[in-house]
Design a protein around this ligand. Structure first.
Ligand code: BGC
Length: 245
């Protein structure tokens, strides 16, 4: 069965039809830039443009980089503050005309990785961390998601973890892989101490370059790169939207 999956990010809105039995994209991805400022109405319109590109009528799963409960956004770290307290699902639905399910971006990526990627078959505590503009987190206990964990905002040395160790910081500061890995290691060690996980999965664009920084990490826990790469959010959002059927 195919379902429309959409990944709303700070810079781009990407969508594709997803074969949810295979956990793979059934079409090419279509991307439009995220309107700036990224306020609710223009973003919802841009999502509708992606949906129209596919001529899609049916359920839509959408990731969003914020705390999401029953479609309502309770934070807005890398999108406009106007989203906070708004029913994001309803706003987007108004423009698409189709039922919309909204889910935190890292949670969506985690769901896809647990079913079809690096987390497949892993029980116990699995933590996926997505390294990008921010740090997203998805925590699973025996395959069950504990949603909205927001571990990117864990405070370390008086700062948000994501303001010390995200991939954005690495590129902004033009750090070597080794230097960044030191910061990242300190952050992941903190998460490791708090949760004693059985497996870490690292996602986000930088996960494909894992060979450059994994060797500099010093952890007790097994750590692996994500397998679905930048498709995980779209796939996971579409999987979550099955609940609308
Ligand atoms: C947001 C999270 C999001 C993560 C990755 C953080 O700044 O607070 O909700 O999952 O960035 O986009």
């Amino acid at each position: 069965m195919e379902i429309m999956g959409i990944d709303i990010g700070g810079a781009g809105i990407k969508g594709a039809l997803v074969d949810i039995e295979k956990g793979a994209l059934a079409t090419d991805r279509y991307r439009v830039p995220t309107p700036q400022p990224s306020k609710p109405k223009p973003v919802a319109k841009a999502v509708a443009e992606v949906v129209e590109h596919f001529d899609w009528n049916g359920p839509i799963g959408c990731t969003f980089p914020a705390i999401i409960k029953k479609g309502v956004a309770y934070s807005a770290a890398n999108v406009d503050d106007e989203w906070i307290g708004t029913d994001a699902a309803r706003i987007i639905q108004r423009y698409t005309g189709d039922p919309v399910l909204i889910i935190n971006d890292a949670d969506a990526a985690g769901i896809a990785e647990m079913h079809f990627g690096a987390g497949r078959g892993h029980s116990g505590v699995v933590i996926m961390l997505t390294l990008g503009t921010g740090i997203g987190s998805a925590v699973f206990v025996n395959g069950e998601l504990l949603p909205n964990t927001e571990l990117g905002h864990l405070e370390l040395r008086g700062k948000d973890g994501e303001d010390r160790a995200s991939d954005r910081i690495r590129t902004e500061k033009d750090w070597s892989w080794k230097k960044w890995a030191k910061r990242l290691n300190e952050y992941i060690q903190h998460v490791e101490f708090l949760f004693s996980p059985d497996l870490f999965i690292i996602g986000g664009g930088v996960s494909k370059k894992y060979q450059k920084y994994f060797p500099h990490l010093d952890l007790k826990t097994e750590i692996v790169p994500a397998q679905l790469r930048n498709e995980a959010g779209i796939v996971g959002a579409a999987m979550a939207a099955q609940s609308l059927i």
